[in-house]
Design a protein around this ligand. Structure first.
Ligand SMILES: Cc1ncc(C[n+]2csc(CCOP(=O)(O)OP(=O)(O)O)c2C)c(N)n1
Length: 663
């Protein structure tokens, strides 16, 4: 049991490392670590189950710093408790290029960083996925292997962001009782007191969403411990409103926004040294305090080795399956399953919407890959995300595979990231493509983190018809393609859809978006190819009858139009080839040779896509012909809309001929 004095000195070690690192970097946020040091110390010395020597231990508790600007709190904790890659040198190089101690915690930079945070609210929203992932894995593998908590530290900013409400409501609904959130209730944000912009009764708000919530003194270690203990035995998620002081200990800046996001300055730090009676020079931790921290960091070794013992003794099949899933590897027969399915599709030649093709592919995938977790933001019947294997996950039954996320696209996308990061699961979720805008902040973070979240975006163009321009994506393909490390797939038929799903599942370090149609499309890949042609990003689907005069590039629903335009042009004596382009990003990764060959030298290059032109010039050149959208869509039938916007085979063929004739 740590004495109060010992606790204080341990907490002060966090405070001084944070102050010193921000000071040396000449930028950063000292206020949060100084205010929350007591909470962090109690959690990491008395409750959190972790082992710095085994940072990836599957059954560790997760700690998520949702208020990512307070990154020095996390870096200090990782250093003090003995994470090997979080050296003092890293702390001294806080925010410097190439260091692990980035401005905000970045997943993959250092061990112990469970998710990338900084965009406020994301960590909190991820945590719903983490906590749900724990319950799902627990249901699959039992208490012996999976039984851990998810702790979150969130600030006023996290709670003000809209995504927090989506997350809180979902967690309350699913009764994720092993989710414990500390709210750094310090009344201060950047502009000044929180009351400038918000007067929400946060405790009442959480309670209204099905949480336990109560106020405590966030600087009183016993109050913190008592609240955590109670939270761990709760049947609901818990929010602990911790009254703290931003920049606690800084003589004039504490309790003000001046302590939020800039170095305190030499005078304030000198004052804090006096206040805390801390006479060590910058970056030096008194040996007894460092020892105490390192001892705390070893407390989880027994729990970890006990767990390893249980895993070693587990049923061999269960153990192998657990390890496969945690390693993120697909079942060994996966490729064969997809190949068989593709063979069948090329023979059957179904004429279905790609959202339906996606459901058909998922029926095969979900049968072969037990770790997929499906879901939709209240558009299940439209997104076709549910299959025979995926029954509803409820607060009474986490042993199922489908999440009704409610009308919460952003919360869903953030939860998908949390499920993915938890490990052992492959999570996908659907909405209308137009509402990818509502999910985009989390989609971007999936790309930044390099994780396998999968976003199913149906109703991917004006082809959705009468719902009109509010629902018709126009710029969304370009906008999503603009995100680095994000595979945006727009398959043309059932075969390409199966291939794109296969790539999405196999892309362990890249999230995927599947853009899928509402309208039916014929099978264009009528000849079976064992190779995944979509994995090249673009490939010649139909060759020209002679030396190509025209190359038409198209994606998704417009491949059918491109093929019809080709027919017309060929009939008029213009050899024309069609290149299907299911994924820009993958095409960009091909060899120069393949790219050159696929783009070809036809004098006329044309692209057909029912979206905006942006991004296409790198295939068709700035002088290429683009048949697509130049503004918003309209409400009408699909049969009216395509001709209305000039996206037809006839219009495409005429445009190509005009160009061939020099007009
Ligand atoms: C989505 C998003 N919007 C804005 C910011 C910029 N920002 C960083 S911290 C902050 C204020 C946060 O206030 P609070 O959570 O109370 O943190 P504290 O001042 O207590 O450290 C803002 C607006 C951000 N990081 N993320």
């Amino acid at each position: 049991m740590t004495s109060r004095e010992q606790h204080d000195r341990m907490a002060n070690a966090i405070r001084f490392l944070s102050m010193d690192a921000v000071e040396k970097a000449n930028s950063g946020h000292p206020g949060l670590p100084m205010g929350c040091a007591d909470i962090a110390t109690v959690l990491f010395t008395r409750f959190l189950k972790y082992d710095p020597k085994a940072p990836h231990w599957a059954d560790r508790d997760r700690f998520i710093l949702s208020a990512g600007h307070g990154s020095m709190l996390l870096y200090s904790l990782l250093h003090l408790t003995g994470y090997e890659d979080m050296t003092l040198d890293q702390i001294k190089h806080f925010r410097q290029l190439g260091s692990k101690t980035a401005g905000h915690p970045e997943y993959g930079h250092a061990t112990g960083i469970e998710t990338t945070t900084g965009p406020l609210g994301q960590g909190l929203a991820n945590s719903v996925g983490f906590a749900l992932g724990e319950r799902i894995m627990n249901a699959a593998f039992g208490n012996d292997l999976v039984d851990h908590y998810t702790y979150v530290l969130a600030g006023d900013g996290c709670l003000m962001e809209g995504v927090s409400q989506e997350a809180i409501a979902l967690a309350g609904h699913l009764k994720l009782n092993k989710l414990i959130v500390f709210w750094d209730n310090n009344n201060i944000s950047i502009d000044g007191p929180v009351s400038l912009a918000d007067n929400t009764d946060q405790v009442a708000r959480f309670q209204a969403s099905g949480w336990n919530a109560s106020h405590i003194d966030g600087t009183d270690p016993e109050a913190i411990a008592y609240a955590i203990e109670a939270a761990r035995h709760s049947d609901k998620p818990t929010m602990i409103a911790c009254k703290t002081t931003i920049g606690f200990g800084a003589p004039t800046k504490a309790g003000t926004n001046k302590a939020h996001g800039s170095p305190l300055g030499a005078d304030e730090i000198a004052g804090a040294r006096k206040f805390f009676n801390w006479d060590s020079p910058p970056f030096e931790i008194p040996a007894d305090i460092l020892d105490a921290w390192r001892t705390a960091g070893k407390a989880g070794v027994k729990a970890r080795t006990d767990w390893e013992g249980r895993l070693a003794k587990a049923d061999a099949k269960l153990k192998a399956e657990f390890e496969r899933r945690l390693a993120g590897k697909l079942p060994s027969n996966f490729d064969a399953v997809i190949a068989d399915y593709k063979k069948k599709l090329s023979a059957d030649k179904p004429k279905v919407a790609t959202r339906k093709s996606s459901e058909m592919a998922l029926e095969v995938i979900n049968g072969a890959v037990p770790e997929t977790i499906g879901g939709s933001a209240d558009l299940t019947g439209s997104n076709n995300t549910k299959t025979s294997q995926t029954k509803n996950i409820t607060s009474d039954d986490y042993g199922q595979r489908y999440v009704h996320y409610g009308i919460r696209e952003h919360g869903m996308a953030a939860a998908l990231n949390g499920l993915t990061l938890h490990g052992g699961l492959i999570a996908y979720g659907g909405t209308f493509m137009c509402f990818s805008d509502y999910a985009r902040p989390s989609m971007r973070l999936a790309s930044l983190m390099g994780i396998r979240s999968i976003f199913v975006m149906t109703h991917d163009s004006i082809g959705l018809g009468e719902d009109g321009p509010t629902h018709q994506p126009v710029e969304h393909l370009a906008a999503l393609r603009a995100i680095p490390n994000h595979n945006v797939f727009r398959p043309a038929d059932a075969v390409e859809t199966a291939e794109c799903w296969q790539i999405a599942l196999e892309s362990e370090k890249t999230p995927s978006t599947l853009a899928l149609t509402r309208q039916n499309l014929p099978t264009v890949r009528t000849e079976f190819s064992a190779r995944n042609l979509s994995s090249q990003g673009a490939y010649e689907l139909a060759a020209a009858s002679g030396e190509a005069a025209v190359t038409i590039f198209a994606t998704g629903s417009e491949v059918e139009i491109a093929l019809a335009a080709r027919e017309l042009l060929e009939k008029h004596g213009h050899p024309t080839r069609v290149v299907s382009v299911p994924c820009f990003e993958l095409f960009d990764q091909q060899s120069d040779d393949y790219r050159r060959k696929t783009i070809g030298n036809a004098p006329v290059k044309m692209a057909i896509e029912a979206g905006i032109r942006q991004g296409w010039d790198h295939l068709i050149g700035s002088d290429g012909i683009f048949v697509g959208m130049t503004g918003f869509g309209a409400s009408g039938t699909i049969e009216q809309l395509y001709p209305h916007f000039g996206i037809t085979a006839d219009a495409a063929a005429k445009a190509a001929e005009a160009r061939l004739h020099g007009k």
